[in-house]
Design a protein around this ligand. Structure first.
Ligand code: TXA
Ligand code: MG
Length: 317
């Protein structure tokens, strides 16, 4: 059921249930941080392996002390600058945090979502929640309440409707080492924004040997059922494939096929493109194309994060 009833959502969470929750990035599937039963329901509903840890969501920065230890001063600077917002930080976990949340690792991932409904819900509930993205394992994340409802139907008692997600891609994830920061997942908060606030170098984890495991960063992820081809040159690729039934997803390129072309941002804004990405992919996936031809975005700022999602969506298992 889709509803705006926060009190009902709280009642469900208090009884160890789970709900669909709007955030500024994507919708989450939420349980109380201390509800083992609720957390297990999340993994079951998503069909997600228990080896893939969940992000804790707070409504007040002080609650960080409930979940994490050894918080570096740099992390507080970043929390002050970007929370509430799409930045997830990885810390040593507090002893009380359930190993179900952290997949038995010694670290915990934490963020404060920037959505009034999510903040109100967590505040009123009086304890943090855990929430992965509200999609079956490896499928495209949800950016509207309808997406969540379409994925899970009556297996989920309630989806709180907070409108379409403004950011549209999952949060940036970083962790702290002695003298540098490791970027585990690209998002709307870019490497440059983090370096500017901390004066500390940020390295992307695939280029850097590191002990933290981020199992959710599977090389295939965020994928539609229709095969997806990512191209640098949409005009040339369209020439090659145009005898086939192709759906085109472009940034702001000229119209090649007005009946089968979807644009991420006619005015060429990367922010707008990010916020449209998943709803367009979900819509195109329903059209029965042989494949989806997607134009790579400029490799700058959030364009890097969008291209990262598109690369994973185009990988074969
Ligand atoms: O924007 C977001 O972060 C959304 C909204 C709902 O907040 N949540 C989200 O959660 O994207 P999820 O579970 O779909 O992705 C979280 C990623 C996974 O790849 C997981 O492996 C990684 O974060 N992760 C969680 N805890 C971790 C930890 N302690 N160490 C390393 N990676 C962790
Ligand atoms: Mg996810």
């Amino acid at each position: 059921m889709i509803s705006k009833d926060i009190n009902l959502a709280i009642k469900i969470l208090e009884q160890d249930g789970i709900i669909g929750l709007p955030t500024e990035t994507v919708y989450g599937l939420a349980a109380r941080m201390t509800s083992e039963l609720g957390i297990k329901k999340i993994f079951e509903l998503k069909n997600r392996p228990l080896t893939n840890p969940l992000i804790v969501h707070l409504a007040k920065a002080e609650d960080l002390l409930l979940v994490a230890e050894n918080i570096p001063p740099m992390a507080l600077t970043l929390a002050e600058s970007f929370w509430p917002g799409p930045l997830t930080l990885i810390f040593k976990k507090a002893k009380t945090i359930s190993p179900l949340i952290t997949a038995n690792q010694e670290t915990v991932a934490v963020r404060m979502p920037n959505h009034p409904m999510a903040l109100k819900l967590i505040n009123q509930l009086g304890e943090p929640i855990v929430a992965p993205s509200a999609n079956p394992y490896m499928a495209i994340s949800s950016t509207t309440a309808d997406h969540v409802e379409n994925y899970f139907g009556n297996k989920l008692p309630l989806v709180l409707d907070g409108g379409p997600c403004k950011k549209g891609i999952e949060s940036t994830i970083i962790g702290f080492e002695e003298n540098y920061i490791v970027l585990y997942r690209h998002g709307s908060i870019t490497k440059e924004m983090i370096e500017a606030k901390t004066n500390c170098k940020v390295f992307f984890h695939e280029k850097f040997q590191n002990k933290v495991q981020t199992p959710g960063m599977h090389f295939k992820h965020y994928a539609p059922k229709t095969p997806l081809i990512l191209t640098d040159n949409i005009i040339e690729s369209f020439e090659i494939y145009k005898e086939k039934k192709v759906g085109l997803l472009t940034f702001k390129s000229p119209i090649l096929d007005h009946r089968n072309q979807y644009m991420l941002s006619t005015e060429g804004s990367l922010e707008v493109a990010a916020s449209n990405l998943y709803s367009q992919l979900i819509a195109i996936d329903k059209k029965g194309y042989d494949f989806i031809l997607v134009e790579k975005l400029p490799e700058e700022g959030i364009g890097i994060s969008i291209n990262d999602r598109l690369k994973r969506a185009s990988n074969k298992l």
